[in-house]
Design a protein around this ligand. Sequence first.
Ligand code: GDP
Length: 197
Amino acid sequence: MKIKSAEFVMSNSDVAKCPKSRLPEYAFIGRSNVGKSSLINMLTSRKSLAKTSGRPGKTQLINHFLINNNWHLVDLPGYGYARVSKSSKKVFQKFITQYFGLREQLVTAFVLVDIRHKPQPIDLEFMQWLGESGIPFSIIFTKADKLRPQAIEKHVDDYKNILLETWEEVPNYFITSSSKDIGKDDVLGYIDALNEN
Ligand code: GDP
């Protein structure tokens, strides 16, 4: 897929106020600092469509972007930021539950995980919750430029093995690096294929 246009539509803290349009929607979510903004900028070939922030955990908003006038890319807030209080964690959970519960336009979620780390409980719990809630998702491994190919394979296998303890199959996954422009065509090609279904 060629990205011909990418426009910011709106930021929202209220799921009910998200765009009413029925365009297919793809949500990107992950731990704060996972590289989500950088990935969105890489995918859309825009330098600062999504704000890469030095203050992780600050943006607790749902950001809608309209791509090629035919699908929405949704930047969801990052989770798991240590300095966020318990009460704001609760607000976050409610908000995310509402988003996934209400957005019928959502085709699939992309859960971003930093390829450098071993499977983290917070990411696994989130994937577990998506799976149990029947929400389709894929995994996007970020920052692949930081590891050698063998280590990448090992870390992906660790994820697969853990997921296979609970699920019969592993979700689709993508290996990406925003710094080295890796994985862009894979992710966009996947979205393209889903949009055509
Ligand atoms: P977000 O909080 O998930 O939106 O993460 P950002 O996109 O703001 O990135 C967090 C940090 O990771 C920044 O310092 C980025 O420069 C760095 N980063 C993001 N993507 C990559 C990548 O593909 N490779 C490397 N080496 N660093 C990255």
